[in-house]
Design a binder for this molecule. Sequence first.
Ligand code: SAM
Ligand code: DTB
Ligand code: SF4
Length: 359
Amino acid sequence: MKVNPNYNTKETLLALYNKPLLELVFEAATIHRQYHNPREVQMSSLLSIKTGGCSEDCGYCPQAARYNTGLEAHKLMTVDSVIEQAKNAKANGSSRLCMGAAWREVRDNKDFDSVVEMVQAVNDLDMEVCCTLGMMNEDQAKRLKNAGLFAYNHNLDTSKDYYKDVISTREYEDRLQTIENARKAGITVCSGGIIGMGEAIEDRVGLLMSYMEMETPPDSIPINALVAIEGTPMEDQKPIEQWELIRMVATTRIAFPESVVRLSAGRTKMSMEGQALCFMAGAGSIFAGDKLLTTPNPEFNEDKEMFDILGLIPKQAFADGEKPVTQPDPIIEAKKEQAAARAKELEEASFQPRKITVE
Ligand code: SAM
Ligand code: DTB
Ligand code: SF4
């Protein structure tokens, strides 16, 4: 993954962001066509596998336990229901499934074992599997990779400077470390941010600078507009204009020509023309399906109609990288062996001929 050397400083990136809008879109569209098929757009579906009750204080998030957002918390979904949802997403054209958990971090417990099984099962459906589970260490990343994980989503959300105004329960550095752990395990990195949280333009550019400074920038960069949720500290944030989202997509496209830019949360508030400008300016992916994690998103049907009108085609799975091979997971295999041994014991016990004593 390479970066654009013409825009690798704060000053040059800021000047780019502030270019006359149509000039910016034109430059982005030109670069997009050099590196990507402009008709192809990846459809990625989100699935909240564990909802709400999160211990973190992310100021935008409906799932933080400390805010009264009226969201109903749910424990981890079963592997079978995840498979059902994945099949439905695939049938509707999605080539990637991103499973999100309202966790601060991954813990080595039964729930994580189930997530590993979910990754194996969805990879077996020939879909790209992505997870967003909070912070994780290197061993956990390796275990997910071994299960067939294609991508890990872990957003930096905003600039390093503005981060402390948004979240106090973790450091920017923690996020960078998790991204590094995913990368080291050979998992592709999906990392981006949110605009409309009250940040300055410099913070939007600062977010992009954080990716510029990485050894390798993210393979995909989601650009979200804040979904202002009642009960969170950001409930009163004024909605951004769609032009700002177009500007951010275009700037990201130009700065990271090889990465996939994902037009993420905020599409329900955009017109089809606004989205069209984003695709023109290099958005190569969307979240598809009537729900993001907990908030509404355009229906599959609406997006199908938009794709038809704009002449877009859904991107095939693994067009940008080989399908990971699912390897047996030692912990799950050991559990299966234990369960089989226990079942055998029970079976043998129930076949013991009963002693009949004749009086
Ligand atoms: N708990 C994990 C974490 O924080 O990395 C994964 C789930 S978290 C909900 C995933 C991402 O969703 C966040 O990093 C944030 O960028 C995005 N997000 C959450 N709430 C949002 C909102 N109200 N508007 C826009 N994006 C939001
Ligand atoms: C990303 O950048 N946006 C997605 C995904 N990665 C995990 C999440 C958006 C969440 C919007 C609020 C919600 O639906 O809860
Ligand atoms: Fe929401 Fe993730 Fe923050 Fe938890 S860690 S509050 S789920 S964004």
